[in-house]
Design a protein around this ligand. Structure first.
Ligand SMILES: [Zn+2]
Length: 249
């Protein structure tokens, strides 16, 4: 669960608050921005020194937007449903932060309720993807952006997060279709970011340092899941058999 899981609802996504990133962007002046944007000939020494900072922060400056295509997906097997912008932070991964973790969550609720809370600006948390018990996948945040998912700033910055529809104390919620769809998604994320397919890099929310969340819970079958991810990682790309007819895993 992103942040309001029954497994220990912490009210604040510690280390991931949007206010801290806004504070940072306050230091970037319009002038520095123009320089960072390419007018280097006009740059003095200070501006050159500022360039690295500007490169990292320019997308946070009001009025400047990195060009993105609306509805663009990182994973072709997903459907795009945008999360509220209050639940993630604009970034430029992997250029600003390397991506080296996949974090597995369980929603503690229905698919629809997870979509709804991730669209709610008051929720202050979300993951990049949600996988349903029927194997459907929605992407709500671009992988280049930082999702407030783990309650740990550095893990948020380095990870892609996947929610799974269900409750941690209900083993039957963890369906075959969900495992299979999630494994294809994780294999794709690992391939695209060069993440090793192992338990050091594919972790549960519970394994994030400092978290008080317990998901994906004791019924999540890691051996089975990792085997499916390994299989999907080595299999040739094929059409997804269920839920996403247009998908290419
Ligand atoms: Zn979680």
């Amino acid at each position: 669960m992103g942040n309001n899981g029954s497994s220990g609802a912490s009210r604040r996504p510690s280390g991931s608050s949007s206010s801290s990133s806004r504070k940072k962007s306050g230091g970037v002046s319009r002038r520095a921005l123009l320089i960072g944007g390419g007018a280097v000939a006009a740059a003095g020494t200070a501006a050159v020194l500022a360039r690295d900072t500007v490169k990292r922060l320019w997308w946070q400056v009001p009025g400047v937007e990195k060009p993105r295509k609306p509805g663009e997906l990182d994973y072709p097997g997903a459907t795009w449903v945008p999360a509220s912008e209050a639940n993630w932070r604009r970034a430029d991964r992997p250029d600003d932060f390397p991506v080296d973790r996949v974090i597995i969550h369980v929603t503690q609720g229905s698919f629809a309720s997870a979509v709804k809370v991730f669209q709610d600006p008051a929720h202050q948390a979300a993951t990049h993807y949600i996988v349903g018990q029927d194997g459907r996948v929605v992407q709500m945040i671009r992988e280049l952006d930082v999702a407030y998912q783990a309650g740990n700033r550095s893990y948020n910055e380095r990870a892609v997060g996947i929610e799974h529809e269900g409750f941690v104390d209900r083993p039957k919620d963890l369906t075959k279709e969900m495992y299979a769809a999630s494994a294809r998604l994780t294999a794709s994320i690992c391939a695209r970011h060069g993440i090793p397919v192992d338990r050091e890099h594919i972790i549960g929310h519970v394994e994030v340092p400092g978290t008080d969340h317990t998901d994906p819970g004791p019924h999540w079958d890691w051996d089975r899941y990792m085997e499916l991810v390994r299989r999907a990682a080595t299999a040739p790309a094929t059409a997804s058999p269920s839920a996403s007819p247009s998908a290419k895993a």
